[in-house]
Design a protein. Structure first.
Length: 139
């Protein structure tokens, strides 16, 4: 018997502003809840925090006046993938030693995601993170 792979996807463009970042974070949490990962569950909390960090970086470091950022959340066969794309390719994110004011975001992404990375695109870049779900995770 052949099993079907269920794929869920949410993609949207947001203004490259703090308000756009806040809306993106909220919609990720809402979509995860609709997909069976409750608001107060560990998957929703982790992926929403990853989303918050990636969209904040897109607004803070990837902002180009007049250009939006794009968020894509995909759930497929035990994997959640979050991808945030902006149009500023010369500012590639890297994990660094945090200072008093900043630098903790990618450390959090690295700690919460199973894997993450940066993919160049024209124009700009996409920063992505993946979280693998265990069979018993919130289902």
């Amino acid at each position: 018997m052949k099993s079907e792979i269920s794929t869920q996807e949410f993609t949207m463009r947001f203004t490259s502003t703090p308000r756009g970042a806040r809306l993106a974070r909220r919609l990720v949490s809402h979509r995860l809840d609709e997909w069976g990962h409750p608001y107060d569950g560990p998957v929703n909390e982790a992926v929403t925090l990853i989303a918050a960090e990636l969209v904040a970086n897109a607004v803070r470091h990837g902002h180009v006046p007049g250009r939006d950022f794009r968020l894509q959340l995909t759930g497929s066969d035990g994997l959640l993938r979050l991808e945030v794309s902006d149009t500023r390719g010369e500012r590639v994110p890297e994990v660094r030693v945090p200072c008093a004011e900043s630098g903790r975001g990618l450390l959090l992404v690295e700690a919460l995601a199973d894997t993450w990375g940066v993919t160049p695109r024209q124009p700009g870049k996409s920063v992505w993170a993946e979280v693998w779900l265990s069979p018993a995770t919130e289902r």
